[in-house]
Design a protein around this ligand. Structure first.
Ligand SMILES: [Zn+2]
Length: 534
């Protein structure tokens, strides 16, 4: 790994603002329970500060600050707010007093560095703005708090009037702020400018502890954070998964491993990288889960596709020398290598997927070739096994003679009416005996799922562990220029393993039924393979 020697070992502080700036994202809303769960995970990850909320604008945040004390976090908990209002004494300012009332170790306050904001938004003079900054920092410090100062719109302010922008952060620093975080509040500054400006600030105030607070409006929040650190900042602010206002904040799941694994800085509480970064994916998943948002599969480091190899040549090479196509070992960040079975896949990809099931097969095995032929044929008919690899594995098991027929779905019928209730009847054969069961569900797919499980429950009681986690319909795709088909993918989990299946048909319910039946079948096949190995 190429690590820049200049940075070796320098410690960079991390302030997580998922619960504050992240909570300002559209459609983000955390309950108290969510906030506590996330804070505990962040503490385990080892961040230095957890910014828990903005009590002045959201009085509900007091509950969080009160409750989180009981957990004795190792991270410092911080409350957010602004500098005092113009013409008001700090001890009479409700905003500052709301931070004091939060009774936490650290305060993060933002103030103005841009003349436009001072004159036209605040409607005041630079003298008053500088007094607002220093008196606010002093006031909070006099209450025993550490103060992190966020210089709002610093980069735009600096571009238009560098002397005043510098005067504003100098005021905060002289008043005792422990960090001056330079914020690209509009998120529109490119990395080259961030680097130049942070370097110039560093040159002017070599001893000033600088930080970075970047927004992602031009897709550069992570890059800008890294550039600020390269130019001398030693404190970064960001959110998990980059959630936040508009296009969000710097995504800490990318910033943190890059700082340490690629640039040679030290982040998070001391622990071997594989332990601390090994928790990244978990933290990322928790935030998605709480927000009820589908994880972004393309997310660097922690996404499902971050280490997915599809091309046959790549997959083959990655098995021999992972470094050939992977920038780090996926396990270092709690992720895993995925070999995608698809039209492009070769025997090597299939062999690797099978090895995950504990089956060893030679990549040139003619039975694998035959399975691959079938997979390719089905992909021409509209299947896409990238999104439903478990269905492809079932095909391979059949070709290898490792498939045992557990049940056969012989027939199904669905009745729907004008309400959301649907009724389904299924006929399955288990060991040569037919079973017919009916069930009611919310929508036709749910009804079939219920009926199918009912029919299988006696013979396969373990199936109750299998939960349907996600269901997606991809609307008509034209195949062979004549027919359009619907593709359905279903995600299942038994609590430890997650698998996805795919079904294709001209009829959406039929496509769903295929994917459902494959998913339950897959669970039973994997269970029987495990037994066979014992
Ligand atoms: Zn922000």
């Amino acid at each position: 790994m190429g690590v820049h020697p200049t940075y070796a070992g320098d410690r960079v502080q991390v302030l997580d603002t998922t619960l504050r700036d992240g909570a300002q994202g559209a459609s983000v809303s955390f309950t108290l329970k969510d906030k506590i769960a996330i804070a505990l995970k962040l503490d385990e990850l080892g961040v230095d500060y957890i910014e828990g909320g903005w009590p002045y604008s959201n009085p509900k945040d007091y509950e969080f600050f009160r409750s989180i004390k009981e957990y004795g976090l190792r991270a410092k908990v911080a409350a957010f707010g602004s500098t005092r209002r113009k013409g008001v004494r700090p001890d009479k300012d409700e905003n500052l007093n709301s931070i004091v009332k939060a009774d936490v170790q650290a305060a993060v306050i933002f103030g103005k560095s841009w003349t436009l904001h001072v004159r036209e938004v605040l409607g005041t003079t630079w003298e008053e703005n500088l007094a607002m900054i220093s008196e606010s920092v002093e006031y909070l410090k006099s209450h025993g708090m550490e103060v992190v100062y966020d210089a709002e719109h610093f980069f735009q302010g600096y571009q238009e009037d560098p002397e005043m922008a510098l005067a504003s952060i100098e005021a905060a620093w002289r008043a005792g702020a422990s960090v001056i975080a330079l914020a690209d509040t509009n998120g529109g500054t490119p990395p080259s400018e961030i680097y130049r400006i942070v370097q110039e600030v560093k040159r002017r105030f070599p001893a000033m502890p600088l930080g970075a607070h970047m927004h992602n409006d031009i897709g550069c929040a992570v890059a800008n954070t890294l550039m600020a650190v390269a130019a001398g900042a030693r404190h970064v602010q960001g959110t998990i998964n980059g959630i936040g206002e508009r296009t969000g904040n710097a995504d800490l799941t990318a910033v943190l491993p890059t700082l340490e694994l690629k640039m040679g800085f030290k982040v998070l509480r001391e622990e071997p990288p594989q332990i601390k970064f090994g928790r990244l994916r978990e933290v990322s998943r928790l935030v998605y889960e709480v927000l009820n948002v589908q994880p972004n599969p393309y997310q660097p480091y922690v996404g499902d596709f971050a280490f997915a190899h599809k091309g046959g040549v790549h997959a083959d090479a990655v098995m021999k020398v992972p470094r050939a196509y992977e920038h780090i070992d996926p396990e270092l960040v709690g992720n895993r290598r995925v070999i995608v079975v698809s039209e492009m896949a070769g025997g090597a990809s299939l062999a690797l997927r099978l090895s995950e099931l504990g089956i060893s097969a030679e990549k040139r095995d003619p039975r694998l070739k035959a399975a691959l032929e079938e997979i390719k044929r089905l992909e021409r008919e509209g299947y896409s096994f990238d999104v439903g690899p478990a269905s492809a594995e079932l095909i391979v098991l059949k070709h290898l003679g490792l498939y045992r027929e557990m049940f056969k779905l012989k027939e199904w019928r669905v009745i729907t009416g004008p309400t959301s209730a649907s009724y389904a009847v299924v006929k399955v054969a288990i060991g040569g005996i037919d079973y017919v069961e009916g069930a009611e569900g919310v929508g036709p797919v749910h009804a079939v799922d219920m009926a199918l499980r009912k029919a299988l429950a006696k013979a396969f009681p373990d199936l109750q562990r299998v939960a349907l986690r996600d269901y997606k319909v991809i609307l008509p795709t034209l195949v062979k220029n004549t027919e359009s088909v619907v593709r359905v993918t279903v995600e299942f989990s038994d609590g430890s393993r997650v698998w996805r299946t795919v079904g294709v048909s001209t009829n959406v319910v039929e496509a769903s039924v295929k994917a459902l039946a494959d998913g339950l079948d897959y669970y039973l096949q994997v269970a029987s393979l495990a037994v066979a190995k014992i």
